[in-house]
Ligand binder design. Structure first.
Ligand SMILES: [Zn+2]
Length: 145
C-alpha cells in the first residue's frame, strides 16, 4: 500500500493498494473498477488505484494516465463515484479526454477517445456541444480547463 500526492492535482492523494492487502470491500470495488474516488473519509479526497493493474503486461503509461484523468474528471464534476450511473461515466470519460489534451498527454488522449467511441458508439468531438450545454460540465471546463 502506498500513499502519495495525486499526480494531476496535489490537493488530492493517490492510494495504490494491491488486491492481496485489500479487504473484501476493496476487492469488491476493484472487481467493478480499476480505480475509484474516496471523498470525505480520509483528510484529502483520495483516488484509490488497484496496484495489480500496474503489473499487467498490457497496462501502459497511457492507460495509467487515462485511468487517473477519468477519476480526476469525477472529482472535478463532483461525482460520488459508484453512486452515479452511465451518464456520470460518460461525462467523466468526455472530460478525461479534455484533461489529457490540455496536459499534452496525446497517446492517453487517443486511448480515451478510442474507448469513448467503443463504449458509447459516438465520437468525443461529436458530443462537445451536448456536454458544454450542461451547466455543471461547462462550469468545470470554464474554471479548470
Ligand atoms: Zn468512473
Amino acid at each position: 500500500m502506498h500513499l502519495s500526492s495525486f499526480p494531476l492535482d496535489d490537493s488530492l492523494d493517490l492510494l495504490v493498494v494491491s488486491r492481496s492487502e485489500a479487504g473484501d470491500e476493496l476487492r469488491r470495488r476493484f472487481r467493478e473498477s480499476h480505480a475509484f474516488l474516496v471523498r470525505g473519509v480520509l483528510s484529502k479526497t483520495t483516488v484509490v488505484l488497484d496496484e495489480d493493474l500496474l503489473g499487467e503486461p498490457w497496462f501502459t503509461d497511457a492507460h495509467l494516465q487515462t485511468v487517473l484523468a477519468h477519476e480526476y474528471a469525477h472529482h472535478l464534476l463532483g461525482d460520488a463515484h459508484g453512486a452515479g450511473g452511465r451518464e456520470d461515466e460518460r461525462e467523466a470519460d468526455w472530460l478525461a479526454h479534455r484533461i489529457l489534451v490540455r496536459r499534452g498527454e496525446m497517446s492517453a488522449a487517443e486511448l480515451t477517445e478510442e474507448m469513448f467511441t467503443r463504449r458509447y458508439h459516438e465520437a468525443v468531438a461529436d458530443v462537445d456541444g451536448e456536454m458544454l450545454g450542461k451547466p455543471h460540465v461547462r462550469r468545470v471546463v470554464t474554471q479548470f480547463l
